[in-house]
Write a protein that binds this ligand. Structure first.
Ligand SMILES: C[S@@+](CC[C@H](N)C(=O)[O-])C[C@H]1O[C@@H](n2cnc3c(N)ncnc32)[C@H](O)[C@@H]1O
Length: 217
């Protein structure tokens, strides 16, 4: 099924709604995944740390939950990209509701983002790597788009969790899961793209990471 169709589904509607409600999302994450999703919402603070004139790429942006971290008067370029038109439409609506006129929306594959190399200060990669058919190519593309020393903040589901529930639920090819890697595999993807980890933590099958490109350029 095409990704657009998948996120146009009732699942996509429900997902888009609860991800923009941190308390509900936290409850769902505990109940379904047995983990703490708070680092995801906390890590969105990286958006506010980008200085005037900076560029932020949010891919996949989904329905735009990370827009909550963007001030309407922030003088930054915020590019929200996703393969799903229905998700982009929801994100556009969310930006309107929040009074954000400083967001550009792009329908794009995470492996082919229409931005110049070395143009972004911050790349947000929330809950995308486990959906992608080619996560290595997506990480390489994020590294290409980042400025030397630029920051990648993200999260994804990983295999190799301890509980039976997680082994049953996190299955490559089911639902929106594509190639789901293990934590060491994600670490290797980041290192392979020349990104250095600043921090990585896992809660249940949820992995949260903060990395940066080499400042040598
Ligand atoms: C689980 S959602 C995450 C969305 C959002 N970042 C969030 O925090 O809720 C996964 C998103 O990945 C998008 N997606 C899947 N494959 C993609 C690809 N190859 N390129 C870009 N976006 C893709 C889907 O359309 C969906 O919006």
């Amino acid at each position: 099924m095409a990704r657009d169709d998948f996120y146009a589904s009732p699942f996509g509607v429900a997902y888009s709604a609860y991800m923009d409600r941190p308390r509900l999302s936290r409850l769902i994450a505990w109940a379904v995944w047995g983990g703490d999703i708070r680092p995801y919402y906390d890590s969105m603070n990286a958006v506010a740390e980008v200085g005037e004139g900076g560029t932020i790429v949010d891919c996949p942006c989904g329905a735009g939950p990370a827009l909550r971290a963007l001030r309407h008067d922030a003088e930054v370029r915020y590019v929200a990209a996703d393969l799903s038109r229905s998700m982009i439409r929801r994100a556009e609506k969310r930006a309107q509701t929040r009074g954000l006129a400083n967001v550009e929306f792009v329908e794009a594959n995470a492996t082919d983002i229409p931005l110049a190399s070395g143009s972004a200060d911050l790349f947000l990669s929330f809950w995308g790597l486990h959906c992608f058919e080619d996560p290595a190519a997506a990480v390489a593309e994020a590294a290409r788009v980042l400025k030397p020393g630029g920051r990648l903040v993200g999260s994804c589901f990983v295999r190799g969790s301890d509980t039976l529930r997680q082994r049953l639920l996190v299955r490559p090819g089911s639902g929106d899961f594509g190639q789901v890697g293990t934590q060491p595999e994600i670490e290797a993807l980041l290192a392979g793209a020349g990104l250095e980890l600043s921090s990585m933590e896992r809660s249940g099958p949820m992995l949260f990471f903060d990395a940066h490109g080499s400042s040598a350029g």
